[in-house]
Design a protein around this ligand. Structure first.
Ligand code: ADP
Ligand code: MG
Length: 319
């Protein structure tokens, strides 16, 4: 049983009553206990929508979400509250996600107060102190307000708050994107250490390949609301099959002379998120696209034992 399982999930936002934004289109993915699934894609590809749906912070238009085998969408409010202790989220902007009028100790302790109200206050305090130490903050930070901390320290508080209830899943929505490079590396190391120590599964959202490269076990590449390629990270990086993945890697990484396929380059503009697409979402930008890419449904299809690609000719040499 997977820790998190999204099955055929779609999300459409209605804007102004007349326009529909196709934010997620038929996405299926799993996160297993203790592993990191990286969700990568450019801005607007649907990553945050996916992360919020995974925790039922928003409801899907279609599809199902299971957490540890429980149908999240069928849960009544009380059940959902309980589950929230086990599935947490860390946001990109630590300062905006921390209450500026609360002290660090109270911010970190709040989930305990909500989820374990019967735990004696002294036990909660010692748990908070332990978690503050675990994320590498000095004990005296507990009395500070978020505005008195650096960006890296604020994100450590966000992490402490997320792990205090001992969750089994954390959705990390661009957790290091707002941080300086040097701090970014420290936070990534902290997240990796905590995962080893506590065995949590991570759904790690990022637009930056460099960030996820070394922290992810598997990767799901998103484009325009769809997963276009998924598989073990090492293999996707070494031998990307979807023209979009290849273009993304070619733009971000030095060309690897051992790579079997030449990098693909994208042309033109992405299709509007308000346009319903049944064929390939990359059509029009794809260097190897053909008429049949729009005439037929193009969906994620098994490529080999543990990889899948949404392309009718995966690996076709591009220009
Ligand atoms: P990402 O996190 O990859 O940048 P998002 O999930 O935030 O992408 O957005 C996916 C698409 O859905 C975008 O086109 C975005 O404008 C749209 N979108 C997200 N949230 C809303 C909303 N509440 N109302 C309308 N459109 C939205
Ligand atoms: Mg986002």
């Amino acid at each position: 049983m997977s820790l998190l399982e999204l099955t055929n999930v779609s999300k459409e936002f209605s804007v102004g009553g007349t326009t529909t934004v196709y934010a997620l289109d038929d996405v299926s993915l799993t996160v297993n206990a203790g592993e990191t699934l990286a969700v990568i894609g450019e801005s607007g590809s649907g990553k945050s929508t996916l992360g919020r749906l995974a925790l039922r912070l928003i409801e899907p238009t279609r599809g199902s979400v299971h957490f540890q085998g429980t149908d999240m969408l069928a849960l009544p409010a009380a059940g959902l509250r309980q589950l929230r202790a086990k599935a947490q989220i860390i946001f990109q902007e630590p300062f905006e996600s921390l209450n500026p009028r609360m002290r660090v100790a109270d911010i970190v302790g709040e989930p305990l107060a909500i989820h374990q109200p019967k735990t004696p206050a002294a036990d909660r305090r010692s748990r908070v102190a332990r978690v503050i130490d675990q994320v590498g903050l000095a004990p005296e930070m507990a009395r500070r307000f978020p505005g008195e901390l650096s960006g890296g320290q604020q994100q450590r508080v966000g992490i402490a708050r997320a792990i205090v209830t001992e969750p089994s899943l954390i959705v990390l929505d661009e957790p290091t994107s707002s941080l300086d490079l040097s701090v970014r590396a420290q936070i990534l190391q902290l997240l990796a250490d905590l995962q080893t120590e506590l065995g949590m599964g991570y759904l790690f959202i990022s637009h930056d390949i460099h960030t996820v490269r070394y922290v992810s076990d598997r990767i799901a590449v998103m484009y325009r609301g769809r997963v276009v390629e998924t598989g073990p990270s090492e293999r996707v990086f070494a031998d990307p099959q979807h023209p979009y993945t290849r273009a993304l890697l070619a733009a971000a990484l030095p060309v690897d002379p051992d790579q079997e396929l030449p990098p693909a380059r994208l042309v033109g503009d992405p299709v509007s998120p308000t346009e319903k697409v049944s064929g390939c979402v990359l059509y029009g930008r794809c260097p190897v696209g053909e008429d049949r890419c729009v005439q037929n449904e193009v969906r994620l299809t098994r490529f080999d034992a543990d990889r899948a690609v949404a392309c009718i000719k995966p690996g076709a040499p591009g220009s």
